[in-house]
Design a protein around this ligand. Structure first.
Ligand code: SAM
Length: 381
């Protein structure tokens, strides 16, 4: 009924009025849900689920539909952090289906391709590839030895109809300015035209800065940047990047933890460097509080309840990172005690145990005190 009424109302609105109405970040969840529903409906969608992934089904469905329907098809696509390539397949199959794709466009995917999970962890995570007959058990065992998953990535993707689109680079975003890099750094070659970026490998504050300094100045206004981690509680640096550079990003779609933005103006290395400090410590407590108070205000303005929750979790994470443990616990316990956030208690409970991490390991909090006869403060995950 609602959808019939909505369709009829949209039909009556003039096209120029419609663009003005739709140019509104409050509609980002609607666009995100529409893309995910479209993606779920494509033939062979099941092939996207055949690769073990650390993203949700709707996040991959959004990528599948975005790259078929909304990507310009002109330049290359850059992916940071494919892991085994669940998101890579979603993007690549979308690119293949896009009628505007130029024959030269590639999906360039950058990852450490190693040191992410222990050998056994990698094997266990990938085991469904054996269960579904995609790999033999001994082949998987061999591919998971030694920590690298580059050969496993190639075994999954090379022999597919999109295999020729993919260019892998094994390299590293430095976690600190003086960190020594294993493999290549993220440096876009001269003349590399990139017209969409998917980011799922910015796993530290400085790594995010390194990504931003090396990629953002090469992008043209309008370029989409799809951040998988924007809504995840630990990775507060992703949201910080978007909001510390003024008026540079416009939200157009979100689903689950994934938020998609468009670059609104050209950026220079100098500007990125000036706007985004080298470390959370350089940012300091007062700026951290100011930043996530502002992201919460923006989430309230667009009625994004998940965004409100993420902003608070990001503030809690930033405070824990800077050593303000009691303030972090105060924020999280207040949220857990508030029934308004019941829908998000699973994620808040996870944050209550580990609000964030540093490049050298997790930051953990003491267990919440549960009074006898009280409801537990953390919900099972
Ligand atoms: C959450 S996983 C990506 C999940 C993937 N998109 C999927 O579909 O399952 C994060 C990836 O980022 C990579 N990564 C983490 N830190 C990195 C760094 N500093 N430089 C390069 N890659 C990194 C990891 O190796 C891992 O493959």
């Amino acid at each position: 009924m609602t959808s019939k009424w909505l369709k009829e109302s949209l039909r009556l609105i003039q096209e120029d009025e419609l663009s003005r109405i739709l140019d509104n970040p409050s509609l980002a969840p609607l666009v995100g849900s529409a893309l995910a529903a479209t993606g779920r409906g494509v033939p062979n969608f099941d092939s996207l689920l055949a690769i073990p992934s650390e993203t949700t089904i709707d996040e991959r469905a959004l990528l599948r539909a975005f790259f078929e329907k909304m990507w310009s098809g002109r330049g290359h696509v850059l992916e940071i952090g494919p892991f085994m390539g669940g998101t890579t397949r979603a993007i690549a199959t979308g690119m293949m289906a896009n009628p505007n794709r130029s024959g030269d466009s590639k999906l360039c995917t950058f990852d450490r391709f190693g040191h992410y999970k222990a050998d056994d962890g990698l094997y266990d995570f990938a085991y469904s590839l054996v269960e579904t007959g995609q790999l033999q058990e001994d082949e998987l065992r061999r591919l998971c030895q030694g920590g690298s998953f580059l050969d496993l990535f190639h075994a999954i993707h090379d022999d597919t109809d999109y295999g020729d689109l993919i260019v892998t680079t094994a390299g590293e975003l430095r976690d600190a300015p003086a960190a020594v890099v294993q493999g290549d750094t993220l440096e876009l070659p001269e003349g590399f035209v990139c017209d969409a970026v998917f980011i799922d490998g910015c796993k530290s504050w400085y790594g995010t800065k390194e990504f931003a300094m090396n990629v953002l100045p090469h992008l043209n206004p309008g370029c989409p940047l799809i951040f998988q981690d924007y809504g995840w509680h630990t990775t507060f640096w992703v949201s910080a990047l978007i909001h510390l550079i003024p008026n540079a990003f416009e939200l157009f779609a979100n689903i689950d933890m994934t938020y998609a933005f468009r670059l609104t103006r050209p950026l220079t290395v100098d500007e990125v460097d000036r706007c985004f400090p080298d470390s959370v410590e350089d940012m300091g407590i007062n700026r951290t509080i100011g930043l996530f108070t502002e992201t919460e205000r923006l989430a309230v303005e667009r009625s994004d309840v998940r965004g409100i929750v993420s902003s608070r979790l990001h503030l809690a994470a930033g405070l824990a990172y800077l050593g303000s443990t009691a303030d972090c616990i105060g924020i999280l316990d207040t949220m857990l005690a508030n029934p308004v956030y019941r829908q998000f208690h699973g994620q808040i409970g996870v944050a209550r145990r580990q609000p964030t991490y540093r490049p050298d390991g997790g930051i953990f909090l003491s267990e919440p005190i549960v009074e006898k006869n009280d409801l537990p403060l953390t919900a099972p995950v």
